[in-house]
Design a protein. Structure first.
Length: 276
């Protein structure tokens, strides 16, 4: 079952090398990732390629239009807001895809001295809060299809478009995936005119809850840290940091699908039980 959290999160931490080579540690990592939604792995080498090892540990990484892995750093002519030094508001990655990646990995290779703090919020916890305080707003966000669009070139050229509900729910009305990213939310919004104001009022209430000091957790990655989190549940952001003549902050990112992660979790569980 989910362990919900807010600003009081005790960020789970585990050694990266143990995850790679010890089945029990890897099993605990994936169990915690599923339950809490976020785990920090420590002690990775400060070079590109460590996430490839993590992908091989669980099975394989998810290929997207930004490649099997991608470099988060300040770039000239950036084709993504992440590749700047500016603040990133809370979002989930890739709601523009029909099936967004389930898990995200971010490996800190270099960290800026000032700014650049990471922020996370438990989207399921906030959704439950919204459902209790304003059921109508929850119903609007879980039933209104929102357009997302992304056009550009990176690993290859791409032009993708998708409709998503900001809060995806199951048959019981319980949130199972958050699809929220203003950077790729389209200018097109084809709903009846009388529903526009109620939608934006509901979205503002949800966004206010996400950004409240009660719900968001702030931390700063150190070189060698790898944060692993549930991209369907945990919204993430970043505080701005100063730009300079050289790269002062460098993260390598990658994705995996929950199908792959859960497959490895089941196999590791069998391995651990057999050993016991």
């Amino acid at each position: 079952e989910c362990h919900y959290w807010g600003s009081d999160l005790h960020l789970p931490k585990m050694p990266f090398e143990e995850i790679l080579y010890d089945d029990r540690s890897a099993y605990e990592w994936l169990c915690t990732l599923k339950k809490v939604g976020i785990v920090l792995l420590t002690g990775a080498a400060t070079r590109q390629g460590e996430l490839v090892k993590l992908g091989q540990r669980i099975g394989f990484l998810r290929l997207t239009f930004y490649g099997p892995t991608w470099q988060v750093q300040d770039k000239a002519d950036a084709n993504n807001v992440a590749y700047t030094t500016g603040k990133l508001c809370f979002h989930t990655d890739y709601p523009v895809l029909q099936h967004p990646p389930g898990v995200q990995f971010l490996h800190c290779i270099k960290q800026t001295a000032a700014g650049g703090e990471s922020e996370v919020v438990d989207g399921f916890h906030v959704s439950n809060k919204l459902k209790k305080q304003n059921p109508q707003a929850y119903q609007i966000l879980s039933s209104t299809a929102v357009d997302y669009t992304d056009v550009g070139a990176d690993y290859c050229d791409f032009a993708v478009q998708c409709k998503q509900r900001i809060i995806d729910v199951d048959s019981r009305g319980q949130a199972v995936r958050i699809n929220y990213n203003n950077a790729t939310r389209d200018t097109v919004f084809d709903i009846p005119a009388e529903k526009v104001r109620p939608f934006y009022a509901a979205l503002k209430e949800f966004d206010d809850l996400l950004n409240s000091t009660e719900h968001k957790f702030t931390y700063k990655l150190k070189p060698g840290d790898i944060v692993t989190f549930d991209n369907w549940r945990v919204l993430h952001g970043r505080q701005s940091y100063p730009s300079g003549s050289e790269v002062t902050r460098h993260l390598e990112g990658a994705y995996a699908d929950w199908d792959v992660v859960m497959s490895r979790l089941r196999l590791l569980r069998k391995s651990v039980l057999n050993r016991d």
